[in-house]
Ligand binder design. Structure first.
Ligand SMILES: NC(=O)c1ccc[n+]([C@@H]2O[C@H](COP(=O)([O-])OP(=O)(O)OC[C@H]3O[C@@H](n4cnc5c(N)ncnc54)[C@H](O)[C@@H]3O)[C@@H](O)[C@H]2O)c1
Length: 285
């Protein structure tokens, strides 16, 4: 494993590869069944205590990484960190002035998964300005600060992976989700800039774009919409959430985590500045 790791690392930093670029076979080419091995790496996952973030934390730990769980909920974050042999940093990503301890830790990691997020649904004339700002702080400004803090270390080591958990709402809009759609579109832009600046240093940056995933965030929306529309929860899933999807089921958090791991693995060294959509055909129609 160690040998694979080294070759991959060298290739990963290949932008400065001094003549080897284009001739050095990637690990993925020489070892077609190479797996994502993150032993010796440190991965930071925001919103890691629940849903997609928790699945990502488990998947990256299974790949060998020391995982730093960042979350606003201390008990859940610390419990998962203990389970995974990782560590927890408790932070409210909406409180940008309180992020210094987190940014210090961010400076030590090789993988950043910007995942923390929240939703607020309201028509524009009634959308609370503070809620709009909160979503942008958590889902755009905090990722910017975390990545900015992480990049110098990644550059120094010549390897880094940034994965931004975007959404189909990073590519398409839905009514009543002004802050969320704005934030996810902004995250797509930030991700591309990270890709351009990081490329010469062996750093890739990508988004993953799920449609509805079965997590507490969505369970809450199902309950709310069932109450609003006066229909049973199953009908909210079928008639509202899956209406535009070709495959009529919610996505599992583990399916998203697998994509995140893939983007950190040996077959993804040439994937950067783009997004991987996992939406059961939602955006195809
Ligand atoms: N569930 C879906 O259908 C879906 C679809 C597409 C994209 N996403 C995105 O996936 C990400 C994770 O969503 P999820 O469904 O797993 O949600 P979730 O509610 O299960 O988990 C979100 C996590 O983020 C944390 N968090 C929220 N605000 C925070 C803050 N201010 N500071 C620190 N941590 C905070 C929460 O405590 C929680 O642990 C979000 O960015 C969301 O937009 C979700």
């Amino acid at each position: 494993m160690g040998g694979n790791h080294k070759t991959w690392e060298k290739h990963g930093g290949g932008g400065h590869g001094g003549g080897g670029v284009g001739f050095v076979a990637s690990v993925a080419m020489t070892h077609p069944h190479a797996i994502t091995d993150l032993s010796g790496r440190r991965a930071l996952v925001t919103g890691g205590a629940s849903g997609i973030g928790r699945a990502c934390a488990r998947r990256l730990a299974a790949a060998g990484a020391h995982v730093v769980i960042v979350d606003i909920h201390p008990e859940a974050a610390e419990k998962l960190a203990a389970e995974l042999g990782g560590s927890a940093v408790v932070a409210d990503l909406a409180d940008l002035d309180g992020l210094d301890p987190l940014l210090e830790v961010a400076g030590t990691v090789d993988v950043v998964v910007n995942n923390a997020g929240l939703q607020h649904v309201a028509p524009l004339p009634e959308f609370p300005a503070e809620m709009f700002s909160r979503l942008l702080r958590v889902m755009v400004e905090a990722p910017f600060r975390i990545v900015s803090a992480a990049l110098p270390g990644m550059y120094e080591r010549g390897w880094g992976r940034v994965v931004n958990v975007s959404s189909i709402h990073g590519l398409r809009a839905s009514a009543y989700k002004a802050a969320y759609v704005t934030a996810k579109h902004a995250l797509e832009g930030l991700s591309k800039v990270i890709a351009l600046e990081g490329a010469p240093h062996g750093v890739t940056s990508n988004c993953v774009n799920p449609a509805y995933v079965r997590t507490p965030l969505v369970e809450g929306q199902i309950a709310d919409q069932a109450a609003t529309h006066g229909i049973p929860p199953e009908q909210v899933v079928e008639k509202v959430m899956l209406d535009r999807a070709a495959i009529k089921r919610l996505i599992d958090p583990e399916e998203v985590a697998e994509l995140v791991a893939y983007l950190c693995g040996p077959h993804a060294t040439m994937i950067t500045g783009t997004h991987l959509v996992i939406d059961g055909g939602w955006t195809a129609g």
